[in-house]
Write a protein that binds this ligand. Sequence first.
Ligand code: NAD
Ligand code: DAU
Length: 358
Amino acid sequence: MKTYLVTGGAGFIGSNYIHYMFRKYGDSIRILNVDALTYAGNLENLKGVEERENYTFIRADICDKEAITKIFAENDIDRVVHFAAESHVDRSIRNPEVFVQTNVMGTAVMLNCAKAAWELPDGSFKEDKKFLHVSTDEVYGSLEEDGGYFYETTPYAPRSPYSASKASSDMLVKAYMDTYHFPANITNCSNNYGPYQFPEKLIPLIINNALQGKKLPVYGDGKNVRDWLYVEDHAKAIDMVQEKGRLFETYNVGGHNEKQNIEIVKMIIETLREMLPENDERRAHITEDLITYVEDRKGHDRRYAIAPDKIRQEIGWEPETMFKEGIRRTIEWYFDHEDWMKNVTSGDYQKYYEEMYS
Ligand code: NAD
Ligand code: DAU
């Protein structure tokens, strides 16, 4: 039975990954979820897995070397899947230090502890141990509107404190692979959407605001482009890279699904109107009149677009969820989880929202 150490498993992608892995492997794997439970970590995301005997939650900070060393000492870890990070670009612009701390220093601790646990006296590594570092397409910088795609060979050019911290963490993983032959992979993925996404990010924020009849804030001219991927397709890609990918390689993961932000906002309005029952009074206020253009994000990257050729050709992964279907499934999930939304938007998030959009 393989033992997985998943960091950041109480966040958006990490929790979707854990659900995906238990659906796929059932009782034949064991997962340890290590998460500090920051504002973005929520154990409600793991309802339904908590009672499994092959799942354990450990509250720990990835920067805490002692705690991470102890986890490796007490468990024979076969796979590390490293999601834990500060993930929101706007927050990184307001407060960069915590991004450097968690994303860079935390990744250094994870690498160091995995290396110490897996290294043999001759400097080689125990058999079949693998570390997967989950990263982002933002490390490649910003593309022009008609200016090509991000390939694995595209030079790094991060432009926000968030992407700079992720690029630094990628470089550390590359350094461990080059220097020690440390058994790792890196995945660089485009924008994810789907269930359990914290409503500071565009898609859940727009769904939540529209349902409440609140303004829909669109940064700048609304024409920045992102390449959207349904989160379950990302979870599948991570598993396939770890099991079928060539060690030491980077794989780009993307949906070939570029959309301007304003298109996304209009599509959410249209889909909400289609999905709400005729007699639901919220339908009346969900119109394009809610769209409000607000001050642009500082240094706002214009366009991201992944070329997922390598992962398709080498591993056979392709996105499976069409955007229209993915958005419907996402909205359906938020309809069914009103309490989840209420719980995460109370307290600290409410304070953040007021400061950010005041
Ligand atoms: P998220 O913000 O939803 O979740 C992050 C999780 O990490 C939370 O559970 C949080 O509690 C935990 N965490 C934060 N700091 C920690 C620390 N010091 N120690 C332990 N746990 C800590 O993030 P997400 O959107 O799920 O992203 C997960 C990973 O995927 C990140 O590394 C991110 O850079 C990467 N990524 C995200 C996207 C996206 O569209 N969301 C796309 C590509 C890559
Ligand atoms: O590309 C992958 C990255 O995608 C991940 O690495 C990050 O962790 C993830 O947060 C995401 O970053 P973005 O900055 O692209 O996502 P966000 O949802 O914050 O914004 C998407 C686009 O929508 C971006 O162009 C900014 C814009 N936007 C966002 C918000 C929150 C708005 O116009 N209004 C908003 O209120």
